[in-house]
Write a protein that binds this ligand. Structure first.
Ligand code: OFO
Length: 162
């Protein structure tokens, strides 16, 4: 059984992951409108991953005999200054999510809920990967330094994401 504090915090993380899904879907729509189909496809896949994260929390709360309560997710931004600005916002968002996961781990540890602390380790590892992916893409943008050919090359590369 989950204690109240942990149940509330896990429900809040369901909301955060759904907000990530919605934000990345909005970014995908923006990139599609810029005719950057490869980047749009990469971002749509990222959105799907976020939905998967939300569902992992959803299932875990039930597995522990808890109650899922869905909260409102905010309207995401839908305009960015450039494709590079989209990936800068992605990195900033992933850093925010990492901070949320770390706070959850600290709460689970303080409440002596080792089951939840163990469940959260998957997300700790995932966040290293997520921040690394966004940093890697941004490094490619910096290398290309606004050259259209470099942008198209990166678009094709990101479109190959499985
Ligand atoms: Fe992007 O890792 Fe979940 O939110």
């Amino acid at each position: 059984m989950l204690n109240e504090k942990i149940q509330k915090a896990l429900n809040e993380q369901v909301r955060e992951e759904m907000a990530s899904f919605y934000l990345y879907l909005s970014m995908s729509a923006y990139l599609e409108a810029q005719n950057l189909r490869g980047m749009a496809s990469w971002m749509a896949k990222q959105a799907q991953e976020e939905l998967g994260h939300a569902m992992k929390f959803f299932r875990y709360i039930h597995e522990r005999g808890g109650r899922v309560t869905l909260e409102a997710i905010p309207k995401p931004e839908n305009e960015w200054a450039s494709p590079q600005a989209v990936f800068e916002a992605t990195l900033a968002h992933e850093r925010h999510i990492t901070a949320c996961i770390y706070k959850l781990v600290e709460l689970a540890t303080a409440e002596r809920d080792h089951g939840t602390a163990s469940f959260l380790q998957w997300f700790v590892t995932e966040q290293v990967e997520e921040e690394g992916a966004a940093e890697g893409i941004l490094a490619r943008f910096h290398m290309g330094a606004g050259q259209p050919a470099a942008l198209l090359f990166l678009d094709r590369e990101l479109g190959a994401r499985q």
